[in-house]
Write a protein that binds this ligand. Structure first.
Ligand SMILES: *[C@@H]1O[C@H](CO)[C@@H](O)[C@H](O)[C@H]1NC(C)=O
Ligand SMILES: *[C@@H]1O[C@H](CO)[C@@H](O)[C@H](O)[C@H]1NC(C)=O
Length: 362
């Protein structure tokens, strides 16, 4: 899987509109350089591997600042920082999801995602901190209809709009693009919760994060110990604090795609989590329990505890949407119970139904 050649403009130093971003980058370079020497290879390459913005036609003719930017790259960068700033919580944390047109059509995944925030417990105000990253024009247009914070990500000529089944090259490109993008978000000084849109939010996850974790990730399979590297992570949900360790880790993760051609970012994570370089960075990894952050691979059994449920272990968009709808119905039935019955936790999920359990991805 060859990446398109870098445009010359991508190599030029870019003025940073936020001092914070400059500081983060500065730190990253100073922390990363000694490691790059230790590690050699992909990491040192990643330091020079600038984010490639595909200049899209101007997205916002009505934008208040009319100052003409001399460079599409810089204006994309500025726009991203503006939208992140508007959506961010007091501590510069944002919630991010990605969207392609297959998931954007009305009544499909993105509508269910937003719906889950509205009907969750203390989740409706979190929508104000959500930024939807659109991978194509249809997704971007649809986003603008349903949500205030949308950002169109350049796509380097790869069509991300069709439903991406597991392990086609377009799907891989999309997943890796996401990792590189998230690195940029961290470099800009924003911490984030990344959530796939096929994850329903039923309760605020914040009370269940570890205060001392840099990188916290949900699991397909969780073995009961948050620091045990044998837990099988799922890249669809993670909470990452912006700091020099997380920035360096994302650079390392992204560059590791070259060592494992054809592998998905999640599978590469499950390999590199054991890499001594990751402990050298000092990154504090926490795996999140499926009791709170469940999915079809390993459901969160107790509706009194569940924060999120992911339609993972599911192949096919129709099956996914079908089972997500059933899951939302189950949640609403639970909410409608009187408190005494809720505590009995007699209600169990009726899903997965159409989602296949024989696959452990998507
Ligand atoms: C959890 O896993 C870590 C790392 O494998 C280990 O050091 C620690 O003792 C474990 N904790 C418990 C309670 O088993
Ligand atoms: C779900 O599965 C049922 C039973 O196999 C089938 O009749 C139905 O068409 C499926 N629905 C979707 C949306 O795939």
């Amino acid at each position: 899987m060859e990446r398109p050649p870098r445009r010359p403009s991508a190599a030029r130093p870019r003025p940073r509109s936020l001092q914070r971003a400059a500081a983060a980058l500065f730190l990253a370079i100073f922390v990363a350089l000694p490691f790059a020497v230790l590690y050699r290879g992909p990491v040192s390459r990643s330091l020079h591997d600038s984010w490639e913005w595909d200049p899209l036609p101007s997205l916002d003719a009505s934008e208040e600042d009319g100052a003409a930017r001399d460079d599409d790259l810089d204006s994309q960068d500025l726009k991203l920082e503006q939208v992140l700033q508007k959506a961010s919580m007091g501590d510069n944390t944002v919630i991010l999801t990605t969207l392609n047109s297959a998931w954007a059509s009305p009544g499909s995944v993105i509508d269910l995602f937003i719906d889950s925030f509205r009907s969750g417990v203390r989740t409706s105000s979190l929508i104000n901190h959500l930024v939807i990253i659109a991978f194509d024009w249809n997704a971007y247009k649809q986003c603008l209809k349903i949500h205030p914070y949308c950002f169109a990500l350049g796509t380097d000529g790869v069509d991300f709009s069709e439903e991406k089944r597991f392990l086609t090259s377009g799907y891989l490109e999309m997943m890796w693009k996401r990792i590189d993008f998230l690195r940029l978000v961290l470099e800009s000084g924003f911490s984030f919760i990344f959530s796939d849109a096929d994850i329903m939010w039923f309760r605020s996850p914040f009370p269940y994060f570890y205060p001392d974790g840099d990188f916290q990730i949900a699991c397909d399979h969780y073995f009961g110990n948050a620091t045990d590297l044998r837990n099988i992570a799922n890249g669809g949900f993670n909470y990452v604090k912006s700091n020099e360790r997380s920035i360096e880790f994302y650079s390392f993760w992204y560059s590791s795609r070259l060592r494992y051609p054809g592998l998905h970012d999640q599978d590469v994570f499950n390999v590199i989590k054991h890499d001594p370089y990751v402990s050298d960075i000092g990154l504090k990894i926490k795996f999140l329990s499926t009791s709170y952050f469940g999915g079809f691979c390993e459901p969160s059994r107790d509706l009194n505890k569940v924060c999120t449920m992911h339609a993972n272990c599911c192949i096919g968009l129709q099956s996914k949407v079908h089972d997500l709808r059933v899951m939302m119905e189950d949640w609403r039935s639970y909410l409608s119970l009187p408190p005494s019955l809720k505590r009995l936790s007699a209600l169990a999920w009726r899903v997965p139904q159409n989602c296949s359990l024989s696959w452990s991805h998507q």
